[in-house]
Design a protein around this ligand. Structure first.
Ligand SMILES: C[S@@+](CC[C@H](N)C(=O)[O-])C[C@H]1O[C@@H](n2cnc3c(N)ncnc32)[C@H](O)[C@@H]1O
Length: 413
């Protein structure tokens, strides 16, 4: 297997990750730690003919369809997570001047409304586990008041105000969102009394977020974008045939998108019960959060894959060295690649002859045994007769010497 290695890829190229999306207009609206960088996406899209069809079967925050629409292409994407469908749709929508000025007026009205709510007002709050860890009483009151006041708004004005609410709830939270496993500030021993300054700070934050959103929503998109709810293993037949499939699927690292997105999903009422989170995560490739883990214990494959042999060898080592977790993690690795094989089979008829596919994916290690997802992706593409299948190193992922991010690409015959 030939792997091309750029010298620059050996440094941690943060401009290729979500950090590069912060502050670039709509791309910075809401973060998802494993989002890829808009610069990488633009580099791949700039070389296409205007009006090309670009598909992302793992939409996430909608980086690909948004970049495609900005550059005059036809972007389309699919995700299993209904919150991300909403986010992608809102990020790629067109906003008229009338809507933007209505948003500014409505935000002013909301802010005047919420300043009159009593702090002991019995307002709705999300059923988020240990909510007091996330926000101080003053900040929580502000968020509840904003949520309540936005509730009777509708259409695009409401969409933009809800994005501002999401941004505000992160900035006034005790949780640190700069790492895949969110951590909380240690507030034990500190006073948790209601502080009106926390409330006011959250309102001011909301005000500045609305202004930022209005500013970045003004730029019109040259092309178009559509974000669909669907399962990339089977539900992609209605997509237009693509000139390019460009995507970053979940990595084989047990990261749960639902876990990462839960503050937004609870405040926007996409989640109410922890069990719903587990059910949704089970539908995602590589999801193992909550009840999804117990379902994995009884999972059996529906089909063989072209990488069953090398995968069985790696899974055997994980099972051997992983102690009591070994069997579960071996099944996790197996199911992940089984599901990706179903995806590659489903997406191939939706790629034009001569069209290209490009998958950004990291390898991973379990008990020091490498799971070379990039090599197994390449083998699966070859099994589907893609030509010129290549693996290129994009960047080193973190201080672990063995972890890289790769681009696996090929052309459909
Ligand atoms: C690494 S993220 C994509 C990030 C994206 N490139 C961005 O810039 O935000 C992977 C996405 O795949 C989605 N996903 C997982 N399983 C899926 C499936 N079976 N069908 C469609 N989407 C799926 C997850 O919900 C998640 O949003």
């Amino acid at each position: 297997m030939t792997v091309t290695l750029d010298r620059t890829a050996l440094t941690r190229n943060v401009h290729l990750t979500f950090r590069a999306n912060m502050g670039v207009g709509r791309h910075g609206w809401l973060r998802l730690t494993p989002a890829y960088g808009v610069r990488l996406v633009r580099e791949r899209l700039e070389i296409l003919e205007p009006g090309s069809v670009v598909t992302d079967p793992f939409s996430g925050t909608g980086t690909t369809p948004l970049a495609a629409a900005e550059l005059g292409h036809i972007g389309q994407s699919v995700d299993v997570n209904p919150f991300l469908i909403w986010l992608g749709t809102v990020k790629t929508a067109r906003y008229s001047n009338a809507i933007l000025s209505a948003t500014a007026d409505t935000a002013r009205a909301v802010l005047s409304d919420v300043r009159h709510y009593e702090q002991d007002n019995d307002l709705w709050q999300p059923n988020l586990f240990k909510i007091d860890k996330w926000w101080s009483p003053g900040a929580l009151h502000a968020l509840k008041a904003l949520r309540h006041s936005i509730d009777d708004k509708s259409g695009q004005v409401r969409d933009l105000l809800e994005i501002a609410l999401c941004r505000s709830l992160i900035s006034c939270s005790n949780a640190a969102f700069n790492h895949q496993s969110m951590s909380f500030k240690d507030v034990s021993g500190e006073s948790v009394l209601f502080d009106i300054d926390d409330t006011e700070r959250a309102f001011e934050r909301f005000e500045s977020e609305v202004a930022m959103l209005i500013d970045s929503a003004q730029y019109d998109l040259l092309g178009s974008a559509s974000v669909y709810e669907g399962d990339s293993r089977s539900g992609v037949e209605s997509l237009k045939p693509a000139d390019l499939v460009l995507t970053s699927p979940p990595y084989v690292n047990r990261m749960s998108y639902i876990r990462e997105l839960r503050p937004y999903m609870y405040w926007l009422r996409y989640l109410d019960q922890a069990s719903d989170a587990g059910d949704l995560d089970w539908r995602a490739i590589g999801g193992t959060w909550g009840t999804a883990t117990s379902k994995l214990n009884s999972w059996v494959p529906e089909t063989e894959t072209p990488v069953d042999e090398p995968m069985a060898a790696v899974c055997e080592l994980i099972r051997r060295d992983g102690g009591k977790n070994g069997p579960l993690l071996a099944t996790y690795v197996h199911k992940y690649h089984h599901d990706m094989w179903q995806h590659f089979q489903a997406i191939t008829p939706q790629v034009k002859a001569g069209g290209r596919v490009s998958y950004i994916i990291g390898n991973s290690t379990f008990y020091k045994h490498e799971v070379p997802a990039h090599e197994w992706y390449a083998a699966m593409l070859r099994a589907l007769d893609y030509r010129d299948v290549t693996i290129r190193v994009i960047r080193k992922r973190n201080s672990n010497k063995a972890l890289f991010e790769y681009e696996v690409s090929g052309q459909k015959v």
